[in-house]
Design a protein around this ligand. Structure first.
Ligand SMILES: Cc1ncc(COP(=O)(O)O)c(C=O)c1O
Length: 401
């Protein structure tokens, strides 16, 4: 940065590059209900180490060559089998692309399909990471109202007709049908079928994000939208983040062949990290099912602790979802309560959460909502943290009584 510097990168940035992202320190609260961390004590570190050791003994020398663009073939075989066994999806390993978590697969599908101004329909409210990717590609993101059964078919039909009336066919419908982030509901089979029908009627593909599906604590599984698809309308993404750890950065997608051709062309940097893929493959093929059962026990207790704590501390002053799985409870405060302005006070008191507008396709609605994640803290901490949150809200005049 000498005196002679006369180069301004600001003049050079590509128009598609998002605005600056300040290097903010990670602020972790004592009661961290903000980010979807899994239970740290349950991470299968010893087993992952053994799996990695075994894989390196067997084929570590292959790390000398670049991995397959779609990712380690045996792990893709595992994913294809898992999708068939658990989600009724029949695809070959060649139709799977591994990515850095499911974020990269989502990014690749958006990059392959979205031009600036393209309409994308999604749930009102929905995962902020995907919203950010869609915004980055300058999509016209429109939220569709939902109830406890998922996207409301009539509301979806109106949104599709509205777009058609504007002469615009949406490029995709993005949905998280199982243990929706942030609202917690699971879309019923009838609604999934209705969504599929609407997709076919209007010739709009669906991106189904199923990353929470394995975290079921009660109730019966509902089949994937992709399994109802007989017309190549559904692109499907999943992840190992929620069942092993986000730090593994491994997820996957499957999509119709012509989309896969484009996705392959978009994959820069070769295939995913082979080191992680080797460990996850050996681990997943031998121990993942048992691990999922174990973490679901732990997380069920945490969900129950949060539901009980909300009942105790919020009573009838608020409403909240009762998810059968996943990691989130969606808290609805009375109209007029403002979870955005209380946010700083809550952080200062040691309670983290995400206010509703973070998940709003319009970026502003939902100020009286908050997403509470129960994955990280212990049941006792959850109890205390929810009580503290109620206290902060009460002091701010946002809680009755
Ligand atoms: C709905 C949903 N999709 C995708 C992701 C991306 O996660 P990852 O890239 O770790 O798979 C998340 C993360 O929280 C999520 O909630």
């Amino acid at each position: 940065m000498g005196e002679g510097r006369n180069l301004r990168y600001a003049d050079l940035f590509a128009s598609r590059t998002p605005g600056p992202s300040p290097a903010a320190p990670v602020r972790r609260q004592k009661y961290d209900f903000a980010v979807a961390y899994p239970d740290p004590g349950s991470l299968p570190l010893d087993e992952l180490t053994e799996s990695l050791k075994q894989a390196l003994d067997e084929e570590g020398r292959d790390l000398a060559v670049y991995p397959h663009t779609q990712g380690y073939p045996p792990l893709r075989e595992y994913v294809a089998q898992k999708l068939e066994d658990d989600r009724g999806i029949q695809v070959s390993p060649d139709e799977i692309v591994l990515g850095d978590g499911s974020s990269q697969p989502i990014h690749m599908l958006v990059e392959a399909l979205i031009d600036p101004g393209d309409v994308v329909l999604t749930e009102h409210f929905v995962y902020s990471g995907t919203l950010n990717i869609l915004r980055r590609f300058q999509a016209d993101v429109r939220g569709v109202p939902c109830d406890d059964d998922g996207i409301i078919p009539d509301a979806l039909e109106s949104a599709l007709r509205q777009a058609a009336a504007e002469g615009r066919r949406p490029k995709m419908i993005y949905t998280i049908p199982t243990f929706q982030n942030p609202m917690g509901w699971t879309m019923t089979l009838e609604r999934r079928a209705a969504l599929m029908e609407a997709s076919k009627r209007h010739r709009v593909p669906i991106m189904e994000d199923d990353c929470y599906v394995d975290l079921r604590y009660d109730g019966a599984p509902v089949t994937s939208i992709r399994s109802l698809d007989d017309a190549c309308h559904v692109m499907y993404v999943g992840s190992f983040s929620k069942v092993i750890a986000p730090g593994m950065r491994l997820g996957y997608l499957t999509a119709p062949p012509e989309v896969l051709d484009r996705v392959r062309a978009l994959k820069s940097g070769g295939g995913v990290n082979q080191f992680a893929a080797l460990a996850v493959h050996r681990y997943a093929t031998t121990k993942l099912r048992d691990h999922i059962d174990d973490i679901n026990e732990v997380q069920r207790a945490k969900r129950d602790a949060m539901l009980a704590a909300l009942g105790e501390s919020f009573g009838s002053s608020a409403a909240w979802s009762r998810p059968e799985g996943g990691l989130y409870i969606w808290l609805q405060m009375p109209e007029g309560a403002d979870m955005v302005s209380v946010h700083e006070a809550a952080l200062a008191a040691g309670v983290g959460y995400h206010p509703g507008p973070n998940f709003a396709p319009d970026g502003v609605s939902g100020r009286n909502y908050a997403r509470l994640c129960f994955g990280y803290n212990t049941p006792e901490e959850i109890h205390d943290g929810v009580a503290l949150l109620a206290e902060v809200l009460s002091k701010a005049g946002a809680l009755d009584g």
